[in-house]
Design a protein around this ligand. Structure first.
Ligand code: SF4
Length: 281
């Protein structure tokens, strides 16, 4: 009888377990079978504090097991799947940041979607939010193609990096405060490794905005003393003491796009503004 957990990647045609084992050839998998796995918050802090490059960070993030509830959820989803993807293997692991290692624009979301990035292994890839986001990034000339369907589809960028403060798909898109705190050192490490290049942070939603304000050097309270904390709004721009500009954007969620709270034209305006603030022609 066929093992129902070994399925073929829709693009490469190679067979994988679902969830995917590290170092077995999944496109873009940064890990090997020997990459150390963080099993608790203290280990996340230790590994994140020691990591010295984006590839090394991506590898340790992608095998993290520090949040028991999220590990169970992401792996259960990778086995149960959604009917439309029942014949595909799911990544079922934490999703590392995607994009340039020297980005001018750093885009911060919330967490991977259960049947999107948790399936494809790449940020915002394989769901409707990602369809809208990458189409807008393409129109702005920030990625090389308008679609983002799987991790072997050839998507590239020189200017941006997309990340999230929580790397595992959470039930109901709602990580707990403890899970957010446990995952935080990964984003802190990523920011340490890329921040010298970043001129603009685009925060997707109010949570992304609050997260961006927590990034080291993005908001130094001493420098900001006496001034109110910048408030999130679509199109809001805050100039941070580090010189980085923080640009607010409604999250391109299915609900926001469906209701028209956020339109493709509004997304275009955000990325044109991001380019202008960054100095990208
Ligand atoms: S949410 Fe973050 S800290 Fe928790 S298991 Fe996933 S990658 Fe690790």
């Amino acid at each position: 009888m066929q093992d129902v957990h070994v399925l073929v990647h829709p693009n490469t045609g190679l067979a994988f377990d679902s969830p995917v084992q590290p170092g077995t050839g999944w496109p873009g998998d940064p890990a090997t079978p020997h990459t150390p796995k963080a099993a608790d918050a203290a280990r996340v802090r230790a590994l994140a504090g020691a990591v010295g490059s984006i590839p090394d960070l991506d590898a340790v993030v992608s095998v993290c097991r520090a949040c028991p509830r999220l590990v169970t959820w992401r792996e259960d989803v990778a086995v149960a799947k959604r009917r439309a993807f029942a014949d595909q293997p799911y990544w079922g692991r934490p999703v590392p940041g995607w994009g340039s290692q020297q980005p001018r624009i750093f885009i911060v979301g919330l967490a991977p979607a259960a049947h999107g990035a948790n399936r494809t292994g790449r940020m915002f890839t394989g769901d409707r939010s990602g369809d809208q986001l990458y189409a807008a990034l393409y129109r702005a000339g920030l990625v090389n193609q308008p679609t983002s369907v799987d991790a072997a589809d050839g998507l590239q960028t020189k200017q941006i990096r997309i990340s999230a403060p929580v790397r595992c798909a959470p039930p109901a898109n709602a990580p707990t405060p403890a899970e957010r705190d446990t995952c935080w050192p990964w984003l802190e490490a990523e920011w340490r490794l890329v921040s010298e290049h970043v001129r603009v942070i685009v925060a997707l939603g109010g949570f992304g905005w609050q997260i961006a304000l927590r990034l080291p050097g993005a908001l130094e309270m001493r420098a900001m003393r006496g001034t109110p904390k910048p408030r999130f709004g679509h199109g809001a721009v805050a100039e941070l003491p580090s010189g980085v500009r923080l640009l607010g954007c409604y999250h391109p969620s299915q609900q926001n796009m469906f209701t028209g709270k956020l339109t493709p034209a509004m997304l275009d305006d955000i990325f044109m503004e991001a380019k202008k603030l960054t100095g990208i022609k």
